[in-house]
Design a protein around this ligand. Sequence first.
Ligand code: FEO
Length: 396
Amino acid sequence: MQQVNLTDKIYFLGFNDRRTHLFENIWPIPHGISYNSYLIVDDKITLIDTVERSFIDEYIDNIEAIIGNRAIDYLIVNHMEPDHSGALKAIIQKYPDITLVGNKKTFGFVESYCVNPKNTLEIYDGYVLELGKHRLQFQTIPMVHWPETMITYEETNKILFAGDAFGSYGTLDGGIFDDEINLDFYEVEVMRYFTNIVGKYCQHTQRAIQKLTPLEIKMIAATHGPIWRTDLNWVLSRYNKWSSYDLETGVVIVYGSMYGKTQEMAEVIARRLAERGIKNIRVCDVSKTHLSYIINYIFKYNGFIVGSPAYNNELFPNVEILLSTIEHMAPKNHYLGLFGNCSWNGGGVKNLKTFAENIKWEQVYNPVEEKGALKPNTKEELIKLADAMADKLLSE
Ligand code: FEO
């Protein structure tokens, strides 16, 4: 083990996962992910969160390399999702007198995962736990990312142990602290982590940011991704922007297409938007570009135009999955356009209209539907749709 210290007595105990293809078995992580846990050595030895279960053996070895035969006194459970609680049982088995520290919602989760600690300590907002030279303070930040989620603030060194908040996809490839890394690598991965995992809970994220604002924070140690000790604003400003739906001018065009007819319609719209001066245009084939990246674009740009062919008189299935995910996450402040194609009786555009009613984004133009090959009249309608979107975005 190569020992990494946040301070003299606070240790990083993280692992890189480069094997898992899909985080939560949904979201692609081509650059992997890290699971970060932390250890404070004082009169009372304290572990903050654990790691995913596949790292248990090395994790315990690494703890022993630091504390030898001493026992751990407290295990702070900032978040019970198994990527962080995966080693809970093993730690309790190894240190049976350990006290699990959580809030009133934590221990219901602990019980439901059949974890049976001998000792528990229920904390509340502002509770202070003295470890010796270190003092820990707690604040709950519900829904960032689960109902029980909380942060631990180490008052002596002003370190925020933030749980999932301010986390990122992407492994820690040698560099662990922000000043050791070219952050370009994390530009997309931090945002994808936020939009994929916490994006549904933007209001809760805003509340958490406001709640943490009074704390003087010198270091942010999240459960995934880099530790922020130099340019904290890099990650704070991004989380604040994304969770307040502060969108850039641009259009995401997403389509499903079996034989290229709906794609051809998307190309007409994209070209016209470019002619009108829209510089941020992303065109995605929903069968090729994973949901994770499309959701990310939607949290970035304020225009969304979606096209679907009819498939068995319904939406194209991959479009349907995308739209139900968008409805579930319900991002705000978008303008919407709809188009589609059919060969029989339709069903694509009909269901896009249902999506429009549900999501309640402002529709900039009537839905455009073609039957079979694209014809001049329909092409004109697509150009009008693109014009209406450009007019709306450029007048903002
Ligand atoms: Fe990284 Fe919500 O667990």
